[in-house]
Design a protein. Structure first.
Length: 581
């Protein structure tokens, strides 16, 4: 060996000993670069791992929370506008983060797609692995069955071939997959556990697909209908309508219905006074352009299924019937006007009547507007306020305040039919005070200056309906049921292996060994092994010892130093199973 010495001046001279020292050459370790393909493989392995799938599922559940707490544009844009007006800081921040349209936001869609890809990438290799397990045979018996968690042995006078055939026949009756390897029968049972696990993950994908289908091809609209009026499923008939990105309005199912009568009764005594007892909409419906008419009733949580859509009953209220005459005595409006409840208990309601085609007595254009309150049961003058005391039509009253001028209906801008824009209107006055009047049914309110009159004719009831088209509901239900079945199978079905070995002993008497190994926690494995040993007794009875007595079967505990490793037919350890033993 040639020694390398350091000739730096400041270091001491080590003499002869120093001449024997050598400086190790510096070695620079260079790690191989993964490259684009290597990084792509690493990212794919991470994405398709079960750990990442669970994290994405948790993030998806967490991301859905704002959709239920924060108003959504797709459900109620009015509440979204109100939220923005009330919160100067949170409103713009939520808008930038997509909190007002959570389920169509970029971040929610990214989590959704990554979870979808992760589940598919996780399921495909596991499915091929499971198919391979189904096509393969159970592994051969380990060399030392005594190391397995459950073990029993006895001696018998039966021949080894007779014992093995009896064991194979008994295990098959118990739905084990069996085959004979040398002097042992190898068997396995519980494959449905992995099948249930795969079914659970496939069901999650089905539910994700159902959610996507339901969001992209859905449609939902609302309609308020008074008694005697009807609805046909066309875009112009809806009061409000929203749909998914891929929904085509030409695909609206041809059907319609008419509200014949709304029936509502209320509890009149006790602590539940005013609570609805009957809440039902009697309708006549048809399906198809020339469909036959049918009568039915729609109740809360009992929608009408028609044309692939569902018609839900949401709420109801009252629509006072009025007749309006202008200054010339001509009837310019006649019909029921829906009033919206201001309280959901006793139905104190507010509404407006707009009459754009009225004229004064000398023929000049004079648009009329009435702001009103309606109570189904007036408490009397002693109550001191215009509030209802009971939800039923026991003592209805209609109070109106009259305006005239420009209603703004000719401006071309959209207007709320339940609000009166008083910016360009003048309120009628009488003796210097605002002109208003409370009316009973049949009474008439005459306007000042001979500008006309309005009569309170009666009261109809109205009901609001939601017409919903959700194409993914059946698919989601099927996925949920499959997920429950798969989860039950993966939790309650136990995968286990059983080996039965029969070999001649040194004295020529057959020695029978049976052992079992659970692929998962299986507390019933020893009990199952004992039942198997009992079932083999008629074909492999215990041999007598020298004293004429049957020796007790032994069940030694597993060796604490060695792990139970299943082996193949040659007696070699099975590396794929040893880690699970």
């Amino acid at each position: 060996m040639t020694a390398k010495t350091d000739t730096r001046e400041n270091e001491p001279d080590l003499g002869a000993a120093g001449s024997q020292l050598s400086t190790a050459p510096k070695e620079e370790l260079s790690l191989p670069s993964l490259g684009p393909i290597g990084w792509a493989r690493w990212f794919w392995r991470q994405l398709t791992s079960m750990r990442v799938a669970l994290i994405l599922l948790f993030l998806l559940s967490l991301g859905a929370v704002p959709g239920s707490l924060i108003p959504q544009t797709s459900i109620n844009p009015v509440k979204v506008d109100e939220f923005k007006k009330q919160h100067d800081i949170l409103g713009p921040l939520y808008d930038k983060l997509g909190m007002f349209h959570v389920y169509s936001s970029v971040w929610f869609s990214a989590i959704y797609l990554l979870l979808f890809i992760s589940l598919i990438g996780c399921i495909i290799p596991r499915t091929w692995q499971f198919v391979g397990q189904l096509r393969s045979r159970p592994p051969g018996a380990p060399r030392r069955l005594t190391r397995l968690p459950a073990y029993a042995t006895w001696r018998t006078t039966a021949e080894p071939e007779q014992v093995l055939e009896a064991a194979r026949r008994t295990l098959k009756k118990r739905r084990f997959r069996t085959h004979v390897v040398g002097s042992a029968v190898a068997s396995e049972k519980g494959y449905l556990r992995e099948a249930g696990n795969l079914l659970f993950h496939i069901a999650l994908i089905v539910m994700l697909v159902a959610f996507a289908v339901g969001q992209l091809w859905k449609s939902e609209g609302g309609k308020l209908i008074a008694e005697g009026d009807g609805f046909s499923n066309s875009l112009t008939q809806f009061d409000d309508f929203k749909s998914g990105s891929f929904f085509d309005t030409d695909d609206l199912a041809p059907f319609g219905f008419q509200l014949d009568k709304f029936v509502a009764t209320y509890e009149r005594s006790g602590p539940q006074t005013g609570t609805p007892r009957v809440f039902r909409a009697d309708v006549t419906y048809f399906s198809g352009a020339d469909g036959k008419e049918h009568k039915t009733s729609i109740k809360v949580n009992e929608p009408l299924d028609i044309g692939g859509d569902r018609v839900y009953l949401l709420s109801h209220g009252y629509a006072p019937e009025v007749t309006v005459k202008d200054g010339t005595g001509k009837v310019v409006y006649e019909g029921a006007v829906p009033f919206l409840p201001q309280d959901q208990k006793n139905f104190t309601s507010s509404g407006v009547v707009k009459v754009p085609g009225a004229k004064t007595k000398d023929g000049k254009k004079n648009q009329l507007g009435f702001q009103g309150f309606f109570v189904p049961t007036f408490g009397g003058k002693g109550s001191g306020s215009m509030f209802s005391v009971f939800p039923a039509l026991d003592n209805p009253r209609l109070t109106l305040t009259a305006y005239h001028g420009d209603l703004g209906v000719d401006s071309g801008l959209p207007q709320n039919v339940y609000q009166l824009e008083t910016k360009n209107l003048k309120q009628y006055k009488k003796d210097g005070a605002p002109f208003a009047q409370m009316m009973k049914q049949g009474q008439t309110m005459k306007l000042p200056n001979g500008d006309g009159s309005i009569r309170f004719d009666g009261v109809k009831q109205w009901a609001s309906f939601t017409i919903s088209h959700q194409p993914g509901n059946e698919l989601a239900l099927g996925g949920a049921v499959a997920a429950l079945l798969g989860l039950a199978a993966s939790l309650f079905i136990q995968r286990r292996r059983v080996w039965v070995r029969a070999e001649p002993g040194p004295d020529g008497v057959t020695v029978v060994e049976i052992a079992g190994l659970g692929r998962s926690e299986s507390p019933k494995l020893p009990e199952e092994l004992a039942d198997l040993a009992y079932a083999l007794q008629p074909d492999a009875p215990q041999a007598m010892d020298e004293d004429g007595e049957k020796p007790a079967s032994t069940s030694p505990a597993p060796d604490s130093e060695d792990s139970a490793e299943p082996s193949d037919s040659a007696g070699n350890a099975d590396p794929s199973e040893g880690a699970r033993a």
